[in-house]
Design a protein around this ligand. Structure first.
Ligand code: DNO
Length: 400
């Protein structure tokens, strides 16, 4: 697998010379300054690509070329936005960047309730607490009918929490769930937005009446429209699984389970319609057997996120160290290295892999990094995964 790293552009505190020293080969990045829905021009793409290459690295993957809400809920501007998306893909193809990650999650990209959950050793992880998430939904958003979406014991817990939650606790939950995790991934809310709750509620309104079947149809429509340009330029699209892999805030989510993945891959049965195998997102759902899914979908996987979650019961989960948790990264390295060998035997390209969401260690928490994307924790994870990959290569060499 190609060792890649998510880098947030020229303003990122983590510089390209730093990344070369720790063994990074390719970068995963985006034109973060271009508003969602606008065209990525060849000039802007080449400017960043040349910059990356001047440091001896390559731009391996775009994460993300964002899919606008109006494409997801099929608003009147859908076709125009899809046309822009196709032009951006064409421009990326011309520049030789051919692996594109995106997601089809309505309104909210990835969600966590705690960005600095402490471990006994002094490090911290991202964390998802179901009752805190329910509190946000029921008591802060005050979404109509929200109580019906949670088990009675969670609703009881929310009512109990309400007796002691301070204004500061509530503010922190809003920041964690819809502000700090969203802006830097080109999500809908950014730091500094005046009334995030109001804006967020307006977005939820756009999905009134959109159920799982409709969202699936809208995804199929989008994929069918972009497949010709993907075929022309040999571009591989890879959808990111829903994170966490469950329905949230009354919104349908359609990339959560084995059945969902099977559906979208067969609905548009084209090798350019593929998956980002995010082991972390998938392992956060107890319904998912991550190793079995990797075996099943390796041939349609074009990009891999290696991290692992530990589920804690009752819908809670923590992001575990990369060698632990329920994603079994050693086994995933075996599966995807074998897949890569099969592709290379046919003259295909290597499979880009990035470690995802390191723990915060050694001062990462005060480094001003984006949540989940500190330096030392990710560097440690990359070291661990590099070791797994080397052991797997060795095993395979001895086997053959
Ligand atoms: C979070 C990320 C996601 C991902 C997008 C892809 O850490 O994994 O924000 O980049 O969902 O479109």
């Amino acid at each position: 697998m190609e060792k890649t790293w998510r880098w947030f552009g020229k303003k990122d505190k983590i510089t390209l010379p730093m990344l070369r020293q720790i063994g990074v080969e390719g970068l995963v990045t985006a034109l973060h300054d271009i508003p969602n829905g606008e065209i990525w021009t060849e000039e802007a793409i080449m400017d960043l690509k040349d910059y990356i290459e001047s440091y001896g690295l390559r731009w391996s993957v775009v994460e993300s070329l964002p899919v606008c809400e109006a494409i997801k809920y099929a608003g009147p501007e859908r076709d125009h936005l899809i046309e822009n998306y196709i032009i951006s893909l064409e421009n990326l193809g011309k520049c030789g960047i051919k692996t594109i990650c995106y997601n089809f999650m309505p309104v909210l990209d990835w969600a966590r309730t705690d960005l600095k959950h402490p471990w006994p050793d002094g490090s911290t992880s991202l964390f998802f607490d179901y009752a805190n998430f329910a509190y946000f939904d029921i008591k802060i958003l005050e979404r109509e009918g929200a109580e019906k979406d949670f088990p009675a014991e969670i609703v009881a817990k929310v009512n109990e929490m309400d007796k002691t939650m301070t204004a500061e606790d509530r503010h922190k939950l809003v920041e964690n769930i819809i502000v700090k995790t969203q802006g830097f991934v080109n999500g809908n809310i950014s730091e500094g937005d005046k009334e995030p709750i109001k804006k967020f509620k307006g977005l939820l309104e756009l999905y009134r009446g959109i159920d799982k079947e409709t969202l699936r149809e809208n995804m199929k429509y989008f994929l069918n429209a972009i497949m010709p340009v993907c075929e022309k330029w040999d571009i591989n699209m890879c959808v990111h699984p829903d994170d966490p892999p469950m329905e949230v805030l009354g919104l349908p989510r359609i990339v959560r389970t084995d059945e969902d993945i099977e559906w979208f891959l067969s609905a548009v049965d084209n090798p350019h319609n593929g998956l980002t195998f995010c082991a972390g997102s998938l392992s956060a759902g107890e319904q998912n057997d991550v190793v079995a899914m990797a075996h099943k979908y390796a041939s349609r996987t074009h990009f891999i996120h290696l991290r692992s979650c530990q589920t804690l019961g009752g819908g809670n989960f923590i992001e575990a160290p990369h060698w632990g948790g329920r994603a079994h990264l050693v086994e995933l390295c075996r599966i995807f290295t074998e897949e890569e060998r099969r592709r290379n035997a046919n003259g295909g390209i290597g499979l880009p892999m990035r470690v995802d969401h390191g723990k915060d260690i050694l001062g990462d928490a005060d480094g001003g990094y984006n949540p989940g994307y500190g330096f030392y924790g990710r560097m440690l994870a990359l070291g661990q995964v590099t070791g797994m990959m080397a052991a797997v290569e060795d095993e395979l060499a001895n086997k053959n």
